[in-house]
Design a binder for this molecule. Structure first.
Ligand SMILES: *Cc1c(COP(=O)(O)O)cnc(C)c1O
Length: 436
């Protein structure tokens, strides 16, 4: 087994810690932490063969789209603490309509909504839960109203850990909260805002021995790396020109960039795809950061706004990592409006694919990037759809019936609306309607 360590991400610091230390930031400089390893013993060719063979295996570890690629994430010393719900294993889906809408000849989606709890958070959570068990923890916590809670609740309960979710009082997204309740999470609504609750939970975590599975947790990032490994495996290791993804807390941007760099170093791919990170206009601090020449401080958004709640984040924790990855890959950051997200989402829906609002930012972003000449029409592009269409049914109904309003109260036009019709119990009348 390869020795693994936690390393401070800050260039000036790079302090190293044992992989079993319960820390979330560098104790010396406060920087982000990342898992680091010696390279695997196997050659790139050998790894590709092993991973492909595991697809025919009935062993739970091999059936997981995360642990199948365990040579890329060797932070555990044994695998007996792994709990898998068969996360990952998500398809590549091509859409002609979406390609045309986005100004591309071809477009393929990697749909992470096919995960057990309906989002890519599962790829990371199976790793976070495994690390919690390995550390001998009995309780895990996160601050989230969204897909993180849904995923953490499922994986913690499956692993016999107690999940505890902290949410700001009165700020609830029901689809995702419902999952958390069903999966057995202790759910605490606190009379405070997100940042205050985070500070509170950090204090409590230390006092009560609770392991934090917030997006800063470096083991979740490791799990999310396998989204890129699986994608490339599915493409016979041909790197695309672009990988497009929505940016919220920027954990996924960090994970994808790290995965691609590591896979290039191991000789699994011969070039780095460019990352295109798409943010919502009302919640676009990373977009603003990239516009500045001196990128030393994130211009945090105090009151982030967007209906795409999964990317409604004003002060993304992983921005230093994301900045490094977007720069290294010669990537770009774009922002899109509420109207653009809503219409792009309807196009993805009409393709028979569907996704939640945050995911649709990808197609809206592609449309802008091709129009601006930044992304060529004949580029080889994969857009990552991060969450399942049923995560936010209220949004969908409102869009199609022309009732959707942006956070500032302005109406969102139902350009691709699909209204349900009320009809009489009359065969002739109905025949006239559907026949015409
Ligand atoms: C968490 C999430 C995002 C944002 O990902 P980050 O890693 O926070 O940038 C986007 N879409 C969905 C569906 C999510 O659940």
């Amino acid at each position: 087994m390869m020795p693994a360590e936690l390393v401070c991400f800050e260039e000036k610091c790079r302090a190293r810690y044992p992989i079993t230390e319960v820390i979330y930031n560098c104790p010396q400089c406060g920087g982000l932490l990342e898992a680091a390893y010696d390279p695997p013993e196997q050659s790139a060719l050998m790894l590709k063969r092993i991973w492909r063979e595991r697809r025919t295996s009935n062993a739970p570890l091999d059936q997981s789209g995360v642990w199948r690629y365990r040579e890329l994430i060797p932070f555990l010393s044994t695998y007996n603490c792994v709990v898998t719900l068969r996360e990952g294993n998500t398809p590549l889906l091509e859409s002609r309509q979406a390609a045309q809408y986005g100004g591309l000849d071809r477009l393929v989606f990697k749909h992470q909504g096919f995960n057990p709890t309906g989002s890519f958070k599962d790829n990371g959570m199976t790793c976070g839960a495994a690390q919690a068990l390995r550390l001998g923890m009995t309780r895990v916590a996160c601050v989230s109203t969204g897909n993180t809670s849904a995923s953490m609740a499922a994986y913690a309960s499956a692993a016999g850990l107690q999940p505890i979710i902290f949410i700001p009082h009165g700020n609830i997204s029901y689809g995702k909260l419902a999952q958390a309740l069903e999966y057995g999470a202790r759910t605490l609504q606190v009379e405070a805002n997100f940042d205050q609750i985070l500070a509170l939970v950090r204090k409590l975590a230390e006092r009560l021995g609770i392991y934090l599975l917030n997006s800063i947790n470096p083991f979740r990032i490791e799990g999310q790396k396998t989204i890129m490994a699986e994608l490339l495996d599915q493409r016979e290791w041909r790197a695309p020109d672009w990988i497009v993804l929505p940016g919220g807390n920027l954990g996924n941007t960090s994970a994808f960039g790290k995965a691609l760099r590591e896979m290039k170093e191991l000789g699994l791919i011969d070039r780095l795809p460019r990352l295109a990170v798409i943010q919502a206009e009302g919640s676009a601090p990373f977009y603003e950061l990239m516009r500045h020449r001196r990128r030393t401080r994130l211009p945090a958004v105090e009151h982030p706004e967007t209906l795409a709640t999964a990317i409604k984040i004003g002060d993304p924790v992983s921005w230093p990592k994301a900045l490094h990855e977007v720069t290294t890959s010669e990537g770009v950051v774009e922002k899109v409006s509420e109207q653009e997200i809503a219409d792009a989402k309807a196009v993805i829906g009409r393709s028979g694919i569907g996704c939640e609002p945050a995911s649709a930012a990808t197609l809206a972003g592609i449309r802008k990037l091709t129009a601006a000449g930044i992304m060529a029409a004949d580029s080889d592009v994969v857009a990552v759809l991060t969450g399942h269409v049923l995560k936010d049914p209220d949004y969908i109904y409102r869009y199609h019936t022309g009732e959707l309003k942006a956070p500032d109260g302005s109406p969102i036009a139902s350009h691709l609306g699909n209204q349900p019709l009320v009809v009489q119990n009359d065969a002739d009348a109905i025949a006239r309607i559907i026949g015409s």
